[in-house]
Design a protein around this ligand. Structure first.
Ligand code: 6R9
Length: 684
């Protein structure tokens, strides 16, 4: 409906190598069709909210300044970024070339430059704000621990020296499987300080997922904790590490460093060391390792539409620049701000806007170990009041969950310190946006809806709040130096208002991923395989409205977004297929009020279906997936069926399954189904 499907198809058939393009194109058509309803309901939202005069007057970036930034970037894209890099980062040696594109799509930013991320986040603040609070940490049981910049620097140096004493140095990979808290930031900063490459794995991932990531990265060291308190429960971390390393798994790992957060854990005598035994006695001076701007700062594994998660590799200089300047533009940073990003350090948001961006900008931030609903649904609001948070950044799924609990809970707390709110991770529905604006922001705080990805490293499309009006559900405009377009299947820009297309980035930007760890070919194919080496394909659908503002329509590939977390349908399917009683499985997302999307699995069992149902196999399979991949991947529902709907060529009809999952009236042709009787089973 949104694309001239048949016309384009016949044109494509005359082109060589068309099979792949056509498959993706067909998927896109089906996706956009399925989302038409959402698009229309969202696009009816036309309310605009201008920043208050007080906000505009005090804005760090006002309309005039923003225009100047855009003008500079439009006139000289590379020169603009070079100027930003000179102004906002401290270099040991200045770069010679702002952008080397001779190996495109492997773009090299700031080549010749020598830099250290930890120096930029800590050392350069010591003279001016060493005694200022860097992190206010609130534990699960509401104890508050503060770290000044000087204290954080000291602990990072000590851990850096400890890592060096274990023989870890430049380029070595270190996997972090740590709870949310200052030690995770200290570990990331310590790796950066000595040029080691960290790869954080979210604590909610299973031992198997951890093992895959450790092995792919070839890590020499794992830093973990005995356990972590979360919502009053004990989350076992070291147990998962032991399991990942058991039976000869993760052969590259030499040592495991264990931060004791709770009551301790069994230790392997030759392999395991306690952080508390090794680190505090280390010297407090640790010379930074000056690395090339392109040296990998970290890997972060994320789900794609096929195969195993990919290790997104970020550079030191370009990445740090993106994290640093986007905070200034989008969060309107000013001295005295208290910033709180609720993302876990296991996700990209916890890297750019907890571990690096806030520190590079020398501001105070809040970190929280627990969950928003423990001990009660007032936790976030109580914390905002207690720590006088001025900028609050969270995910739509959290907003929706807390909105359900009613307006009285936030009303019990003084939220007047807030002046700016943000969201990230998934589209926000107007209802949740309006509640966030009215109840949490008291009607006075702009909301920055920020679109970006693990791969983009930093925010890409987001409002600059003192310089423009905002609308519920739109992430508005690309930031300065970010070139966005929306194109059709031929790569031709979509000019028609309200017409959907593929979201692409048409010029390289400093914080873009450098590659996929160990797999340059997959990098080139995944992101640049479609329209050539200068057009990054994001994997999201988007459209523009009459003001030129961007509306994100969601993923156009087989990637799910469950509570703002990316998960590949293929990953869940392979986990299910690994169960001895599963013959075949197909997984789709279905709309969910709080999570945005929930996982629905259709499973063909080996043996009698009736018997499997009677024995409660559905429940067992939900638990199985959680065990294989982690709790975030637990399906909401498993439906046992005698067969999956397939096309004549044997492809699973995912679009049909999605419609069934969403409870929609079927518009698809089901006449090709081998066994039409399974439709009733599929409907559950
Ligand atoms: C930062 C982060 C990336 C995917 C992305 C898109 C979705 C992120 C969004 C958004 C609508 C926003 N997404 N921000 N959709 N509006 N403001 O979340 O990275 O985990 O890699 O996910 O999340 O679909 O492609 P990541």
């Amino acid at each position: 409906p949104l694309l001239d499907y048949y016309g384009a198809q016949s044109k494509l058939f005359t082109m060589p190598g068309v099979g792949h393009v056509l498959t993706i194109f067909n998927q896109l058509c089906a996706e956009l069709d399925a989302r038409k309803h959402d698009i229309q309901s969202v696009m009816h939202e036309t309310r605009r909210f201008a920043p208050s005069e007080a906000f505009v007057v005090a804005a760090a970036v006002d309309a005039e300044r923003l225009q100047a930034l855009h003008r500079h970037a439009a006139e000289d894209h590379v020169g603009f970024w070079a100027a930003q890099a000179r102004t906002h980062l401290t270099w040991q040696r200045m770069f010679d070339h702002a952008l080397d594109d001779s190996r495109a799509p492997h773009y090299q930013w700031f080549s010749g430059g020598l830099i250290n991320a930890s120096y930029n986040c800590l050392d350069r603040h010591l003279d001016t704000r060493g005694e200022q609070v860097a992190i206010t940490f609130e534990t699960d049981d509401a104890q508050v621990i503060r770290y000044t910049y000087a204290e954080l620097h000291r602990q990072v140096c000590q851990l850096g020296n400890a890592l060096r004493s274990l023989g870890i140095g430049k380029g070595d990979r270190v996997v972090l499987y740590l709870p949310m808290g200052p030690q995770a930031v200290i570990a990331m900063q310590a790796c950066a300080r000595i040029g080691a490459v960290h790869s954080a794995v979210f604590g909610g991932f299973s031992a198997d997922s951890l093992k895959d990531r450790i092995e792919d990265a070839g890590a020499r060291l794992v830093i973990t904790a005995d356990a972590a308190p979360r919502g009053g429960k004990r989350v076992d971390l070291k147990g998962a590490v032991d399991k990942a390393l058991s039976n000869g798994g993760c052969a590259s790992v030499e040592r495991v460093l264990v931060y004791q957060r709770m009551d301790g854990c069994p230790m392997h005598p030759q392999r395991d060391l306690r952080w508390q035994d090794l680190v505090p006695s280390q010297p407090t001076h640790c010379e930074p390792e000056w690395v090339d701007a392109g040296h990998p700062l970290f890997l972060l594994y994320t789900s794609g539409s096929t195969g195993k998660p990919k290790g997104v590799q970020h550079s030191t200089g370009g990445y740090l620049l993106g994290a640093t300047v986007t905070m200034q533009w989008v969060f309107d940073l000013k001295p005295g701000d208290v910033f709180w990003c609720t993302a876990d350090v296991g996700w990209i948001t916890g890297h750019s806007y907890v571990a690096y961006g806030p520190l590079a900008n020398g501001i105070e931030q809040v970190m929280f170990e627990g969950v928003p609903t423990y001990p009660d649904g007032e936790r976030f609001w109580r914390m905002i009041a207690a720590h006088k948070v001025s900028i609050f950044y969270t995910a739509p799924t959290a907003i929706r969950a807390l909105m359900r609990l009613g307006d009285e809970l936030p009303a019990r707390h003084d939220l007047s310190s807030l002046r700016l709110l943000g969201t990230v991770g998934e589209p926000i529905n107007p209802e949740a946006w309006l509640w966030y604006h009215r109840v949490i922001g008291g009607g006075r705080c702009p909301i920055v809806d920020t679109w970006w990805q693990t791969e983009t490293g930093a925010m890409m499309i987001a409002p600059v709040p003192g310089a423009m009006p905002i609308k519920p559900g739109s992430c508005t405009r690309p930031l300065p130096g970010i070139c966005i377009d929306i194109v059709d299947e031929d790569g031709v820009p979509v000019t028609q208002i309200g017409r959907g297309g593929l979201l692409v980035v048409t010029k390289p930007w400093p914080s873009m991923l450098s590659t996929i760890w160990g797999n340059d070919a997959r990098y080139a194919e995944t992101y640049f395989g479609r329209f050539g080496n200068s057009v990054y394909v994001a994997g999201d659908g988007a459209q523009r409205d009459e003001d030129g503002d961007v509306w994100i329509l969601g993923r156009i590939d087989d990637v799910l977004n469950v509570s703002g977390h990316r998960l590949g349908t293929m990953e869940v399917e392979s986990a299910l297929a690994a169960h001895p009683r599963v013959a075949e499985a197909a997984v789709v997302g279905r709309p969910h009020d709080i999570k945005g999307e929930a996982i629905l699995a259709f499973v063909v069992v080996r043996g009698e279906r009736e018997h499997a149902i009677a024995s409660g196999l559905q429940r067992e399979l939900c638990g199985w997936v959680a065990e294989q991949l982690g709790a975030i991947a637990r399906p909401d529902e498993v439906r046992l069926v005698d067969g999956l709907p397939k096309t004549r060529s044997g492809k699973i009809m995912r679009r049909l399954l999605r419609s069934i999952g969403a409870g929609q009236h079927l518009t698809q042709d089901t006449s090709t189904l081998e066994n039409p009787a399974i439709l009733d089973q599929l409907r559950g």
